[in-house]
Design a protein around this ligand. Structure first.
Ligand code: NAG
Ligand code: NAG
Ligand code: NAG
Length: 496
């Protein structure tokens, strides 16, 4: 069967209903497949292989063999290939956007935006690839020398989520390839087609066979994750997903003491001070909260608004959010798509908050006329710290507004969570910008903007949001190991 998405593409070959192992598009050895559906319509849009351990081991073995050659490419040679992949993703952004919308549900501007965001990491790491410097260090003895090399860690097991099916994969693959590592990527079972595009275009860009392998799977995901973690040939795991699964993978990696990167859940505070510029605060909150219908790990989950600006902020926010249109993301006038995995948690959080006397300022209910996965963009007022929405990540279109009075109070409330990924601060007071951002216990702070991600900015969390950084000049470190070379018996007689 040809996937119905393929008919809607300029370049139907971007859709591959297979796994990609050692430079070949292959079925699973068992022959098993699973279906992929469009969350807006629940229509089946294609099938991909349900890979098992044999398939995974073939991919690991291919990556392990390819590593011996790929690591010997110069950074410049790798950079040129990675740069070509950047160009191809940008050229094909419309098609890629369509694929993302069809399997993830996000609206067209978000989907094309994701394609460009994915591309930006290949551009960035194509430039970092030739700049992986080591060091020369002075030895304690005058007769010895120290040279420090940065070398690729080896085969990397990458596990990526459905909410940015190409960008989260791109952010890892680009850095791994830049350093000379090879990759076995386990894509999310909900969104395998978007991730597969990386292999289609990667091959066209000239990535040698075995360097990038993609294993697809849905039901088998836990076994595949376990096998990646336990493999002796895999030297590193990078995971983006929930804190719960991150902890499992970390445990499973302990027998082989793998190098790890964990990009886990958040519970981002968004703080609006009285001295904020109102329009900046409103537009930033809209991006930080409602991007991809609230399904990002950096989404503003708790919006703290100071007493003096609370009424004006909530009024303007509701006015602006009201203008959006929820629907099938493929429809050009739609701004916000369905919830990819469903709406249970959003509904629960609204119910819980309302039961505890929060007020509904906008939305608050399912949009059953559109389908089972649509929820209205929602703004709640009078939210308090005892409500579930303040303690757990909603991953849905629910803006929870809570009033605060003093700076100390809001910092304390913002910090009191076991996770620490993104945070947002709206204030025009320069001293307050420094003071508050230094006191917030989060890996990232956005000041007067709702956009925190950029290829040049290190992305990552602290506390139970994980560790490791993606993007930026630090992003290659997660894929490198240091080697010290100490040379003894060096005789330097300058008076020769
Ligand atoms: C909600 O408001 C009602 C009526 O004012 C009050 O009796 C009740 O205690 C409040 N519930 C909570 C959880 O604050
Ligand atoms: C952040 O708030 C927490 C919780 O109140 C507090 O323990 C911590 O000291 C605060 N961090 C800073 C740097 O102020
Ligand atoms: C739709 C579109 O722009 N497709 C392009 C994708 O990239 C290839 C090169 O690999 C072009 O040939 C296509 O035209």
């Amino acid at each position: 069967m040809v996937s119905p998405i393929a008919n809607r593409l300029n370049d139907p070959s971007l859709i591959q209903e297979k796994a990609y192992i050692d430079g070949q598009w292959v079925m699973s050895i068992s022959g098993e497949t699973f279906e992929v559906t469009n969350p807006a319509t629940d229509e089946v849009i294609g099938t991909v292989p349900e890979c098992g351990l044999d398939d995974l081991n073939a991919a690991i073995s291919a990556a392990s063999t390819a590593f011996q050659d790929w690591r010997t490419y110069s950074g410049r040679q790798r950079g040129r290939i990675i740069r070509k992949l950047f160009d191809l993703i940008v050229e094909n952004k419309t098609d890629i956007g369509r694929i993302i919308t069809t399997e993830n549900g996000k609206a067209k501007p978000d989907a094309e935006g994701e394609a460009l965001f994915a591309a930006s990491f290949f551009e960035w790491f194509s430039e970092e690839a030739p700049r992986i410097y080591g060091d020369v260090a002075p030895h304690s003895a005058s007769t010895a020398r120290i040279q420090i090399l940065k070398q690729p860690v080896g085969v990397c097991g990458l596990i990526t989520p459905w909410n940015f099916p190409i960008a989260m994969a791109a952010r890892k693959v680009s850095a791994a390839l830049a350093t000379g590592c090879t990759v076995v990527l386990k894509s999310d079972g909900v969104t395998p087609f978007s991730t597969n595009v990386l292999a289609v275009l990667g091959e066209r860009a000239g990535i040698p066979k075995g360097v990038l392998n993609i294993v697809t799977g849905l039901e088998n995901t836990p076994q595949l994750g376990l096998a990646l973690c336990e493999s002796e040939l895999v030297k590193k795991i990078s995971f983006t997903g929930s804190t719960r699964v991150g902890k499992i993978l970390m445990q499973q990696s302990s027998n082989t003491l793998k190098k790890l990167s964990m990009e886990l859940g958040g519970n981002a505070p968004f703080i609006v001070f009285d001295d904020a510029d109102l329009e900046t605060a409103v537009s930033s909150a809209i991006i930080a909260k409602f991007k991809v219908t609230g399904q990002t790990c950096v989404c503003a989950n708790r919006i703290y608004v100071q007493d003096g600006i609370y009424d004006r902020f909530s009024g303007r926010l509701v006015e602006e959010v009201r203008k959006f249109r929820v629907g099938n993301g493929a429809d050009g006038s739609v701004t916000h798509g369905p919830l990819t995995l469903g709406i249970a948690k959003t509904e629960e959080h609204v119910q819980d908050a309302v039961n505890k006397n929060a007020s509904i300022l906008l939305g608050g209910k399912r949009l059953t006329n559109l389908g089972p996965k649509f929820f209205d963009l929602t703004v709640l007022g009078d939210v308090t710290d005892d409500m579930a929405v303040m303690r757990e990540e909603t991953f849905g279109p629910l803006a929870a507004l809570s009033k605060f009075w003093t700076e100390d109070e809001v910092i304390k409330r913002a910090n009191s969570t076991e996770v620490g990924l993104a945070s947002y601060v709206m204030t025009t007071d320069l001293n307050r910008q420094y003071r508050v951002s230094e006191r917030l216990e989060f890996g990232m702070v956005a000041i007067n903007t709702g956009v925190i991600s950029d290829p040049a900015a290190p992305f990552g969390g602290i506390k139970q949001s994980g560790f490791g950084r993606e993007g930026s000049k630090y992003g290659v470190d997660d894929y490198l190991v240091l080697k010290s070379i100490v040379t003894g018996g060096v005789v330097t007689n300058y008076q020769s």
